[in-house]
Design a protein around this ligand. Sequence first.
Ligand SMILES: C[S@@+](CC[C@H](N)C(=O)[O-])C[C@H]1O[C@@H](n2cnc3c(N)ncnc32)[C@H](O)[C@@H]1O
Length: 281
Amino acid sequence: MTMPASFEDTPIAAVRAYWNSRPCNIRHSTKPVGTREYYDEVEARKYFVEPHIPRFAEFDRWNGKKVLEIGCGIGTDTITFARAGAQVTAVDLTEQSLEVARQRAKVFGLEDRIRFIQADAERLSEAVPVEPYDLVYSFGVIHHTPDPNRVLDEIRKYVTPQSTVKIMVYNRWSWKVFWILLVYGKGQFWKLDRLVADYSEAQTGCPVTYSCSRTEGRRWFENHGFRVTDVMVDHIFPYVIAEYVQYRYKVVWYFRWMPKTLFRALERAFGWHLCLTAKLR
Ligand SMILES: C[S@@+](CC[C@H](N)C(=O)[O-])C[C@H]1O[C@@H](n2cnc3c(N)ncnc32)[C@H](O)[C@@H]1O
């Protein structure tokens, strides 16, 4: 991972405050938060906009297995793992997200399949009992913590040679980074790390957002005793933002006219999500 000193020095309290102020995907539905209708709409929108998540997570594969999810947010993937029959330990830094996720487990009668724990992934073993898991899963989380290296060191404590690790971090060489640099940064590439952090999320000003290339991602895993077994790049957000926030899905003109096969090729080459699957070396 590229590690500018500015991110490494960011206090974890700033990260917590940012995510507490607006949990990820909290506005994916207009229904009252905590109701079944709310959760159903959040799930439908998430997997409609990010259909590669089920492909990457392979939810059904973990039936009867133990899953450790790091940075569960409001629990969309957590619930899907539990519904597929997994026994899940779900961790997040923020109480706001965990509250919505816990209520979700209650609404769907899955409380006995999910254990929620508030923890900082950089100090996971201080809060989560160390035991082996079949899958350690983390989607869009580790690039938001000041020291991602510590998280991989922590994850090592929860895996055996049979375990699988699946982690999504942001792809440096992506359409989104190019767009941020051009539109918000007016080409100021020397400020790229700060620009990416500022504009990576729905709410501007994320304190920490790293991004890395495929090669850096592989090397990052290898330096922590893992071997990468699969690399998948995916996801270009094609919708007009002003319409999307009104829950309408209007594709921007240049993607509307692009042949679907070409758009998919573009996503596979320059998507925003770098999805890495790994095993212990
Ligand atoms: C972009 S959201 C992703 C949430 C969820 N994985 C999803 O896909 O909807 C990032 C999440 O990571 C959590 N997070 C950030 N840093 C963390 C850390 N050091 N330890 C645990 N969770 C962290 C935030 O609280 C937030 O819920």
